[in-house]
Design a binder for this molecule. Structure first.
Ligand SMILES: [Zn+2]
Length: 307
């Protein structure tokens, strides 16, 4: 069975990014997994502290493990935005593949001190666990925001990134590069898109020399995604887009069958809506892989033009 570290190295080599999708129940989990399996692409399931509390830390670990084993498929589990060591330890004990240890709200010296401690503690529980650290400000809440927060002062610099990675020993870095958690109303409707600071990503990558995660990917311009991945982003987080799709799908399912009380008859439109978003995002994040394959085998060119 492939490890997350191996899949990350492959992604770096192929110039693609691994999709990371947040879920809070098994309907969403199965929808994300179905899309990944259909496309035969590795995938990371993310659960924030709130999402973990809802589904259960050991329960989601058991569900993801069972999918990985039954289908012999590279599906991984990440404890997204974990703000305390006890919660990180609980996830490591449950068998999570990765943990985002997020003390980015603290002064950077304190963030460094506590993150370094956490890396040691978590690796002593599970030596192959990947720990991701975060510096800079990318806002909070994968929700619909009325007003755009001013994150311009919280952008990560290449020097900070290098220092932080070297002093903490984190495996993966989540920088602030113009990304933002959540979406504005205008982004949900598609009138506006998030734009990223691509040169900054490339500079951080060459300074920090570790895999980079882009948080708050929902609502990002497609071309900026492509350029960010080419500049060194290896994992992309999508949450709000899935939440929006889930809600719309759920409303449809209820509206279409106003008398229905059977959950597995009401919920499929919600699952389909989530699956649709995951499929299209995974295709985009893995485009470079397709282009390389097409360059090698001319008979697949017609498929490429259909994209
Ligand atoms: Zn995030």
């Amino acid at each position: 069975m492939q490890t997350l570290r191996y899949v990350l190295e492959q992604a770096q080599r192929n110039g693609v990014a691994i999709g990371h999708f947040n879920i809070a129940d098994s309907v969403q989990l199965n929808a994300v997994f179905a899309a990944a399996r259909e496309l035969n692409l590795p995938v990371v399931i993310g659960v924030s502290e709130g999402e973990r509390e809802f589904i259960g830390v050991r329960q989601i670990a058991a569900l993801v493990r069972s999918l990985r084993e039954e289908f012999d498929f590279p599906v991984f589990l990440n404890a997204d935005h974990t703000h305390s060591l006890p919660k990180a330890v609980a996830a490591a004990n449950a068998g999570f593949d990765a943990i985002v240890f997020d003390l980015s709200a603290l002064p950077v010296e304190e963030n460094v001190r506590q993150t370094k401690e956490a890396v040691g503690a978590l690796k002593s529980i599970k030596p192959d666990i990947l720990v991701e650290g975060e510096i800079g400000d990318i806002g909070t809440g994968s929700e619909i925001h009325d007003v755009a927060p001013d994150l311009s002062k919280g952008l990560t610099t290449p020097a900070e990134a290098k220092d932080y990675v070297e002093s903490t020993g984190v495996d993966i870095l989540a920088p602030a590069v113009g990304n933002m958690h959540g979406m504005l109303k205008s982004m949900v409707g598609g009138q506006t898109k998030k734009h990223l600071d691509i040169p900054r990503i490339a500079e951080i990558k060459s300074a920090a020399r570790v895999p980079l995660t882009l948080h708050g990917g929902s609502g990002t311009d497609d071309e900026h995604f492509r350029r960010a991945i080419a500049a060194g982003i290896n994992i992309v987080h999508i949450n709000t887009e899935l939440r929006v799709a889930w809600r719309r799908g759920l409303e449809q399912g209820l509206a279409k069958q106003p008398q229905e009380v059977v959950p597995y008859k009401v919920l499929p439109p919600a699952a389909d809506a989530v699956k649709h978003v995951v499929r299209s995002r995974l295709r985009l994040f893995n485009e470079a892989r397709g282009q390389r394959a097409n360059a090698r085998s001319p008979q697949t060119l017609s498929q490429a033009s259909e994209r």
